[in-house]
Design a protein around this ligand. Structure first.
Ligand code: PMP
Length: 429
């Protein structure tokens, strides 16, 4: 079974008017073969395509939908906000409330600015870091994805990992010349770079939970070294928490590892499924932004009231239901089940998990900690697995390098269903 006749027909229309038929590359199924499902609706844990087929969803719109699709509280908040107008281009109550909420939850921040995507959050945070330090160099890590900011499109993960491109056409070398790329989990390379260029580094940006080239969980000591070197040489540490923020827990990876960055970037969960990003830090640093400071940053739809309402409803529901504890329990159950089926079926794979984020590392029994350690055959091994699951009504991300997300609407039987489908796949091979 592949995409049904209605999905195929819609995708044919899409290809005429949207490049590659999509508005974001990995959606096109290029890495797994076949044609994408065109989605008609989604509710709870289920997405339904235009052929009327239901799928148990572990993509969750690539992370934002931590409560599941169309959660009643979120939909109600969106409706109530929309009735009061969809955009004002002026300060509004909801953006102030969400900002207060985020500041109270995430360690070490006093102010934030809202934007409309994770990419924008990263782009703005990097500009602020350069403006505040008066330095030019940015350090990033191989396999970490920070959105499609020009000078971050070097050894990035996500769609770029899938397509095996080291970079993107349209990005001149001059724009990436101020970016330094290091391997993850490599203390010696980090030390050498700081030794040579430490006083020129404006910021080190990292996904503290790298989740765009598989799930490359880091040693706390490595992340702590980033903090220590930045402190020593006057560089800023930026945690890109677009995926991990408000998913691992209210304090994201910063609280999980007990390491406080100078700036944090958010997206996905903070907008509850609406287009929201944010970047945050101490007031003295954030004050460098216009209008108080000299670093320019702006946005017509920034702090959009409808989007703010969705984010607030999402965070409030998570808190009211002690959602993060439950998500961790669900994640732990899934990890245990996956490890079990890998063992019984003898699959060459390992289950990697932190909180409600999970990944199947294929063609290896030891979870990789750097992009270079991800098995070369992982993508080939993933495509048939992905298709078998989809045929069985289970949607994982259409790429070997993307993680899966458990949401609060998943039940233990849902997780067991995923594990059983994998066991059938691996045992049948
Ligand atoms: N940073 C990280 C860590 C991400 O995972 C992503 C998107 N997956 C981004 C930045 C970019 O966010 P957006 O797609 O909202 O621009």
């Amino acid at each position: 079974m592949s995409a049904g006749p209605e999905s195929k027909a819609w995708f044919e229309r899409a290809k005429r008017v949207l490049p590659g038929g999509v508005n974001s590359p990995v959606r096109a199924f290029g890495a797994v073969g076949g044609e994408p499902l065109v989605i008609h609706s989604a509710r709870g844990k289920t997405i339904t395509d235009v052929d009327g087929r239901d799928y148990l969803d572990f993509v969750g719109s690539w992370g934002p939908l931590i409560l599941g699709h169309a959660h009643p509280k979120v939909i109600e908040a969106i409706g109530a906000a929309a009735k009061r107008g969809t955009s004002y281009g002026a300060p509004c109550e909801l953006e102030i409330e969400l900002a207060e909420h985020v500041v109270s939850l995430y360690p070490g921040i006093e102010q934030l600015r809202f934007v409309s995507s994770g990419t924008e959050a990263v782009m703005s945070a990097l500009r602020l870091a350069r403006g505040a330090t008066g330095r030019k160099l940015i350090v990033k890590f191989e396999g970490c994805y920070h959105g499609h900011v020009d000078h971050m499109l070097v050894a990035a993960g996500s769609g770029l990992a899938t397509f095996g491109r080291p970079s993107s056409a349209g990005v001149p070398e001059e724009l990436t010349g101020l970016t330094r790329v290091l391997p993850l989990d490599d203390d010696a390379a980090l030390e050498a770079l700081f030794h040579h260029e430490g006083d020129r580094i404006a910021a080190v940006i990292v996904e503290p939970v790298p989740a765009n080239n598989g799930l490359l969980l880091q040693r706390r000591e490595f992340l702590k070294k980033l903090r220590d070197y930045c402190d020593r040489d006057g560089a800023l540490l930026i945690f890109d928490e677009v995926i991990s923020g408000f998913r691992l827990g209210p304090g994201g990876a910063a609280a999980h590892y007990d390491i406080t960055p100078d700036l944090a970037t958010f997206g996905k969960v903070i907008g509850g499924g609406m287009p929201v990003g944010a970047f945050a830090g101490k007031a003295a640093l954030m004050d460098e932004l216009a209008p108080s400071g000299a670093v320019y940053q702006a946005g017509t739809l920034s702090g959009n009231p409808v989007a703010m309402a969705a984010g607030l409803a999402t965070l409030r529901t998570l808190e009211a239901e002690d959602g993060w504890t439950r998500l961790d329990e669900l994640g732990a159950h899934l990890e245990h089940e996956l490890a079990g089926v890998i063992e019984t079926s003898g699959a060459n794979a390992s289950a990697v998990r932190i909180g409600s984020i999970f990944w199947l590392a294929l063609e290896t029994r030891s979870p990789p900690r750097s992009a270079g350690a991800v098995a070369k055959g992982a993508a080939e091994a993933y495509a048939p697995l992905f298709r078998a699951l989809l045929d069985g009504g289970i949607a994982l991300a259409p790429s070997a390098y993307e993680v899966g997300f458990v949401s609060l609407v998943h039940s233990i039987p849902d997780l067991d269903r995923l594990a059983a489908a994998l066991e059938r796949f691996w045992s049948g091979q």
